[in-house]
Design a protein around this ligand. Sequence first.
Ligand code: GLC
Length: 817
Amino acid sequence: MKRAACLLLCLAGCAQAAAPAASVRVGRYEIVGNGVTLQLSAPRADILRIRAAAGALGEDASWAVAAGIRATTQPLSVTEDAAGITLDTGQLRARIDRHSLHLRIEDAAGRVVFEDAPGTSLSFGRSPLAAAAPTLRLAMPDDAHYFGLGDKAGPLDRRGQSFALWNTDAGDFTPTTDPLYKSIPFLLVARESGSSAGLFVDTPWRSHFDFGRSERDTLVIGAEGGGVDCYVMTAPDPKGIVRAYAWLTGTPPLAPLWALGFQQSRYSYLDESAARGIADRLRAERIPADALYLDIDYQDRNRPFTVSKSAYPDLAGLVARLSAQDLRLVLITDPHIARAPDQGYAPYDSGLAQGYFVRGADGRPLVAEVWPGPAVFPDFTRPDVRSWWGGLYTDFVRAGVAGFWNDMNEPAIFQRRDKTMPLDAVHRIAEPGLAARDAGHAEVHNVYGMLNSRATYEGLLKLSPAQRPFVLTRASYAGGQKYAATWTGDNSSSWSHLRQSVPQLVNLSLSGFSLAGADIGGFAGSAASPDLLTRWIQVGAFTPLFRDHAAKEKPAQEPWVDGEAHTAIRRRYIEERYRLLPYLYALEEESSRSGLPLMRPVFLEFPSVLASGESLYFSQDQFMLGPDLLVAPPPDGESAGAYRIRLPGEGWYDYWTGQRVSGARLVETPRIDRLPVFVRPGTMLPRQGLVQSTRQRPQGPLQIDVYPGPDCGGQLYLDDGESFAYRNGDYLRQALHCRIGPQALAIDFDAREGRHRPWWTDITVIVHGQAGQPARIRLGTRTLAGDYDAAQGTLRIALPDLPAAASLRIETGATQR
Ligand code: GLC
């Protein structure tokens, strides 16, 4: 080994350039050893950024982290001694060995957050694609569990698995297929000992994450090019890590309310009468629904941004007809543009004339086969191309189309073994804040889908500035949550796929994409059995994006296809979804501010389950929807055998009956008409009257179910559901609390924020778990009547709307049960 040269370079905020004896404070710290440059900075005291390169550091650039965040540095206090350097942010302490550059990062309590594996440190090798390919080798403590990495298949905990990140059209994937459609190099590490850490490895290059599979207890992370640019996060709990990652890469925008409704899709409703038939049937069957999707066959010869005149002669007319049925239309718009010279196909002609397509190694637009036949590909790394792409939506937006679906944007290419562009295809990077240059596809591939959805999102915003855009993307990268919702791609109609969808969606949710779903019923494969589709609709009703979609060759998969008995069960769950919208929408809004997802692993709410040693049993199949609902589908759907459910603690309530369940260990015998769902003790759950679409105004009062318990509370959030007026005060936010006292249950409404007028004029409070008729109910100084149901143990109280702070006291005269 060459003797290490150690050099303290400067250093924003550094007073002297010479190596200091005592501690000094700097903004960035750089050290060179063994030909490797290592730079540390802290955009926040709980986030350490580590950049490294073989030789000099490359450009400070990112597709995921905004320049302003990358430029921010909190003071690092630097202490040097003969063996090494210690950098301290107050919350994170990095210790660098002067000679080997071995790195160890601890939290303020001295617990190791990350450490290079014994005897190793970051190294650079060669890859066929780039001069230097970095490898990190990190120690994996025994009690550490690894989550995130997007919707990679396999178990919830990544430990023992290995994955490649390379966006791939993985049609008909199985639980062992890898890579899949997205690349989200973010990890949440949760330790049984109680600490939590995050690691975001910001590289668009093909990368590999091996969680102790090939080297015991070693997390090996390698990328095929670029330098190292990663962020280490610490937080008191796993939620803090999710929030820190959202701070770095952005939160999802507040989606329109209708995006939380039931969405019906298929490949394809082949003509207008088929689409109208589905809409009519949804309404005739009284299946609540908000959106109908048209897949590629609505287009003329699969050419994006065209409409087949024979199949869909009057798109605007269809939109209007659907709208009269309170349904919205979503259209697929794939990124490939048909290569159709001299045919009056404007997307091709205008893109070609302006040089907007990705070039092959020969400098000419790259042509490859996809749905339309030979096609060309917009170069989304250029802002002018993105803005041109956004403009292609003009006619659709004018026609009233509500949302757009960006598929095939890995980018997918047919008839090639690698299913995508050749790596020597050339993109032009012209991003503000990034050095303008040509870049090979290897460096852009993993961000192509994200930039496609960004172009769509930004284009829609420009065309219709008052409307919140809805974009659904298949491929993406870290930070892509800022532009689009997503789904897990072409799953299959099998019980194992239904089971797999839970850990996929939970990990995707932890990786920033809170509005995510799996194709309900399964996309590929043979027909979903009636039981499978019913169960999938039940589980899907409690996942963020609730879309039924099926492949072309499959029999119909709409909710009514298996006869009235199944339809009735499916309808009941879809209806329940709509009743829950006040809860779901408040979660969605919270997610747009904090990044906390709707769908959560149990340990995110109850980190102590990790220490129980049963952590994975807890969370592989069971999941939380928000902080209050725990959903426990049967793990083996085909089996009629009983299965075990573990609740995190005692005192939970059955969602369907409102009754307390006894104990935390339950044995459930699967029944096709029941999906077990439980409510956390301490929940105030808002629900609304049934509607057939989010367009309709719910009738009757707002219902607030109170499930007394510790940390009791809930949230109301409401706005117009589609515009940005909420940013200017047109919203309603109100916190609810409840306290169990020795002789009374107090239910408090905080004062309401915002000026949005709610749809309700009355509130019904239903208190569960009540042992007896209350002695008295008071709202402020008024005495109210309550309706006590002894058989159910519920107390029902009718209230006027309570926009101002108010306190309801239910005096039991007896201790609460
Ligand atoms: C891809 C998509 C699928 C879509 C099909 C046709 O396979 O993943 O959802 O239906 O293409 O557009």
